[in-house]
Design a binder for this molecule. Sequence first.
Ligand code: UD1
Length: 370
Amino acid sequence: MPMIDIIAGARPNFMKIAPIIRAIQSRQQSGSNLTYRLVHTGQHYDTRMSGDFFSQLGIPEPDVNLGVGSGTQAAQTSSIMVRYESLLIKRRGSLCLVVGDVNSSMACSIVAQKLGVKVAHVEGGIRSGDWTMPEEINRMVTDSITNYFFTTSEVANENLRCSNVSDDRIFFVGNTMIDTLLANMSRLKAPAFWDKLGLEAGQYFVVTLHRPDNVDNVDQLQVILSGISRGCRGLAVVFPVHPRTAKTMQALPNIPDHLQLVEPQPYLEFIFLAKHAKAVITDSGGITEETTVMGIPCMTLRNTTERPETISMGTNELIGTDPSKLLPALDRLFAGKWKTGIIPEKWDGRAAERIVSVLEQLLGNSNSDA
Ligand code: UD1
């Protein structure tokens, strides 16, 4: 019976694995013998960064939690590797499926491939070209030892072809993060603070920041937040503070006006906030995909992106990390001149179904009744 290890470690992984698990369960009900083991590495462990997503998205309890917790890049990565290796030695799966670009994805792909377990990478092939981001190293290493690539865009396919990956290993399936977005559109919830802060649709900004470049240095974070505060023309700026950012915030000399600091939000509340915002200002990659599909203007405080389709087709624009560049962008937004964008190909809510069909073919599934 083919068993797939599904690896999840950090917040952006959870919305990507949810539809894949649902699609496997649905195939099982139709007689498929595909099975899975859900492995949570424990990279993220707070309820707000992990548990809330499992309960809201109906993800089953992990079969295994490696419980690695936080650490430096090497400490965290090595700890995941040692613990996952020992799990695989006790019981190996038919395939190791990793999603996205977090340390857990890279660590588990290395361990699996060294033990002769094939690796599938969901969201393979995307590249920012920026080696200062740990995620870019994770993408490059993972993709260099991946057997099967499930991709979100034609650009990703082309990146892989340029690295000599043959077409029979590339499966252009769409975007599982968007599967989750579309599946939950009717379940979105206003956060508890909505009324208390007097928020109104289209009359506030949402900001998220967690990249080390932006948030690990007090001066840089102060400059960014002050720039946003100056440019928001008195509208509220709702800022769910990532735990990494919270550490630096404690040392911030002052919290600029209009900023409303809130806890990291559960999925349904966060998407509700983004969907009704005037614009989202972020250094996340995943959020640029979600805002593209919802048609919400998005300003990315980074110099590069691994998701160029959110710019060429979507509502996203790269502003860079110098906040003075934000002001002209905000002027265009307030003048009603932001682009509207289109939805990229196959971002239609069916990526996970496509992935599971391919997995059944690859793993030689036979219908148990057949
Ligand atoms: C990680 C991913 C990043 C992803 C982000 C989403 C890597 C290299 N980075 O970055 O790609 O966009 O998750 O959040 O894998 N912490 C808590 N509670 C938690 C988790 C973390 O307090 O549940 C704190 C810890 O003090 C930790 C810090 O946040 O040191 C950063 O966590 P870590 O997993 O190292 O990286 P992220 O910045 O979250």
